[in-house]
Design a protein around this ligand. Structure first.
Ligand SMILES: Cc1ncc(C[n+]2csc(CCOP(=O)(O)OP(=O)(O)O)c2C)c(N)n1
Length: 285
């Protein structure tokens, strides 16, 4: 039997504001999972703390929630314990690029086989709209009433320059397009970073649905995502046009597959002998 959107449905009280971009990302994810042919038991969502990271509460599949910003770090363990699971991380721009920025750098180096969907609403949504790493310079927030005195991080050029093997950008309001990017990320062997732009209807009155509709454009076939320098130039070009699509793609070399090479079974399928741990402990007495 092929999977259905309904099989991912989970009855729950939704904590997101009406009109939140997270709804579009949730719908796009469900569509991507079905399009790739995955059943809920084959999928694990990892998330941390935040509005975006509440997503697994509203989805029927395996889920693991950890600390804010530690989502990506948990994946290495999950993939080595159960390498047959498709692992998808949902993090906010705060969690992924702020608290978790260091973990992201090293996950890019290792090219761990995961799909990282960043709910980029350019704000710390859950904690009431403080500036996040992707907030624009000068933007006024509750905590920065005179405007923010720091430039925004550019996650796309960071990822491209560090050789991330799959870098894409989507928009929560273009669900079909975003679903295609998530599906491509799931199929990619290695780290797939998908920056999902989303309006925050409560805290950000600048980056509205209308703003994104006016400024976003979809990359066409004339663009070659395999050309890393072209991707870098695209992501470094400032201006009011925002590209959507696969920005960069290169062959993946996943760390978890290399670690498990020659190992007959992943950790999950090996017997657990608590006495072995005690014997090991005793050797150091
Ligand atoms: C290490 C750590 N730092 C800060 C916090 C407090 N905190 C929890 S959620 C959050 C903001 C979340 O923002 P983001 O990750 O962008 O997700 P959003 O709510 O916008 O979806 C903060 C600052 C925390 N729980 N742990």
């Amino acid at each position: 039997m092929s999977p259905s959107i309904e099989s991912y449905h989970r009855q729950a009280d939704i904590g997101w504001c009406p009109g939140c971009g997270n709804f579009g990302i949730l719908d796009a994810l469900k569509k991507a999972l079905v399009d790739v042919g995955l059943e809920p038991h084959q999928v694990m969502i990892l998330s941390g703390i935040g509005q975006g990271p509440k997503l697994p509460h509203y989805l029927n599949c395996n889920a693991l929630e950890g600390l804010h910003g530690r989502e990506v770090a948990m994946v290495e363990a999950a993939k080595i314990a159960a390498d047959d699971l498709v692992v998808i991380v949902h993090a906010g721009d705060g969690g992924a690029y702020g608290e978790g920025g260091n973990h992201l750098l090293h996950a890019i180096r290792r090219d761990v086989d995961l799909t990282l969907v960043v709910h980029d609403n350019k704000t710390y949504g859950l904690t009431k709209g403080q500036a996040s790493p992707t907030t624009d310079y000068g933007l006024h927030t509750a905590l920065q009433p005179r405007g923010l005195y720091a430039r925004p991080l550019n996650p796309l050029s960071l990822a491209v320059s560090q050789g991330c093997t799959f870098v894409a950008q989507g928009l929560s309001a273009r669900q079909e397009h975003l679903a295609g990017l998530i599906a491509a990320g799931i199929k990619h062997p290695g780290l797939a970073l998908i920056n999902a732009l989303q309006p925050c209807v409560t805290w950000d009155k600048v980056h509205t649905y209308q703003f994104y509709e006016q400024h976003c454009y979809e990359l066409d076939d004339a663009y070659d995502p395999e050309d890393q320098m072209a991707a870098l130039e695209l992501t470094m070009t400032t201006g009011d046009r925002i590209p959507l699509g696969v920005i960069h793609r290169a062959p993946g070399r996943p760390y978890d597959q290399a670690v498990l090479e020659g190992v007959d079974r992943p950790l999950r399928d090996r017997g657990v002998d608590p006495r072995a741990a005690i014997r090991l402990q005793d050797r150091f007495k």
